[in-house]
Design a protein around this ligand. Structure first.
Ligand code: IVH
Length: 370
């Protein structure tokens, strides 16, 4: 008996090899899939497929529609606003990559960080080495390029090398000037910092959603990220996000012609009109850094924004330049992270789940807390 050729599923066949009924089912499947990916990308800021995979799904839907024009429906992805790849954000290559920070978790890690810096610089033990300390904001980083004092491009971090052009949206964020204050601006200055959702505004947004019978958002960071990637900048504006400037990318002239220290750059940023963090301090020695860390930790719950640690940076820019980078992090900075925030809640019930093999697993149902 001749073996039957296995039938391919409609999803695997070219448009011309589909019956009209199969094409209709395939279009419905693609439309629902694309709508789900749009929601993940635009609303949750958590895409689960690559742009290339998204584009392939979209191209297939378009090709089937081209073959069966009678099936183009009102819910067609080709007619949906905000669904087409062309309407997604344009990519921007950062002139200098946006790096991440090395982490310290314990007091010993902090002492080791200082030890590494001193050894690299050959810095005597008894000589002061100024270190800045500031809160680590739990938001999303953004890069803002100013040419002759005018904001030209604002981008998300993306993968560090390439982000998305969200200039119109960043212009609605408080703490980001559209033109730098004062005169005699550098030809190029890329400002880097963190966009965040203030806690009280986040709570107010969720109250409005709950009052309207809608699902509230889970946390300020992801909601800030989603708000910044809205195709309609008026939605971003309505969220009233804020910004803290704390770093820079490309500058012309060189940064050391603008200021001599980290603190000096941040003060210059404030004069240009950026919001900068008022809790930044210049310290010396591991004991001071650790005391600062505990002090900020105690104030954490009362701060109007979420933080997940503190950041230490060598203050002098000439020393930062000597220290340079290891892989993707600067040798002159580290993030001292807080343990995950603890909260008390109420045990609502204990469910007993029955596994496939009959194993019983008790599962606590807790009242949700942020
Ligand atoms: S400095 C070259 N300062 O933390 C280093 N980063 O884990 C530039 N972050 O990607 C970063 N608060 O998004 C710096 N006060 C702060 C920060 C901060 C939050 C974020 C930033 C960075 C990430 C690294």
């Amino acid at each position: 008996m001749a073996a039957k050729k296995p039938k391919t599923s409609p999803a695997e066949r070219a448009p011309e090899a589909l019956s009209e009924k199969e094409a209709k089912a395939e279009l419905t499947r693609l439309s629902l899939t694309l709508a789900e990916h749009d929601r993940r990308y635009h609303q949750e800021d958590a895409p689960t497929i690559s742009d290339a995979e998204y584009d392939a799904l979209k191209r297939r839907s378009d090709a089937i529609e081209k073959h069966f024009p009678q099936l183009v429906g009102l819910d067609s992805p080709s007619l949906r606003v905000g669904a087409k790849p062309a309407e997604r954000f344009e990519k921007v290559r950062h002139a200098r990559p946006m790096l991440s920070l090395d982490n310290a978790f314990t007091d010993e890690d902090v002492a080791e960080f200082l030890g590494r810096v001193r050894r690299f610089l050959n810095w005597p033990e008894d000589e002061t080495l100024e270190i800045t300390a500031e809160p680590k904001i739990d938001g999303l980083s953004a890069s803002l390029r100013y040419e002759d004092g005018v904001l030209t491009v604002g981008a998300t971090r993306g993968d560090g090398a390439e982000g998305e052009n969200v200039t119109a949206n960043l212009k609605t964020v408080e703490g980001i000037p559209h033109t730098l204050k004062g005169k005699d601006h550098p030809a190029v200055f890329e400002v880097r910092g963190e966009v965040y959702f203030p806690k009280d505004r986040f709570a107010a947004l969720n109250e409005t959603l709950i009052a309207a019978g809608k699902e509230p958002y889970a946390n300020p960071r992801n909601t800030a990220a989603g708000s910044l990637r809205q195709l309609d900048a008026s939605i971003t504006a309505s969220r009233r996000l804020q910004f803290f400037a704390y770093a820079w990318g490309e500058t012309v002239p060189d940064i050391q012609q603008i200021a001599k220290t980290q603190k000096g750059v941040v003060e210059q940023l404030a004069r240009w009109g950026f919001a900068t963090n008022p809790l930044m301090r210049v310290l010396n020695g591991a004991d001071d850094l650790i005391a600062y860390y505990h002090d900020i930790g105690e104030r954490r719950a009362a701060l109007p924004y979420d933080i997940d640690g503190v950041v230490y940076k060598v203050n002098r820019l000439d020393l930062q330049a000597r220290l340079g980078f290891v892989s993707r992090s600067p040798r002159w900075a580290t993030a001292h992270k807080f343990a995950a925030e603890k909260a008390e809640t109420i045990l609502l019930d204990i469910d007993i789940q029955v596994g496939r093999t009959g194993v019983l697993t008790p599962v606590a149902r807790l009242k949700p807390v942020t």
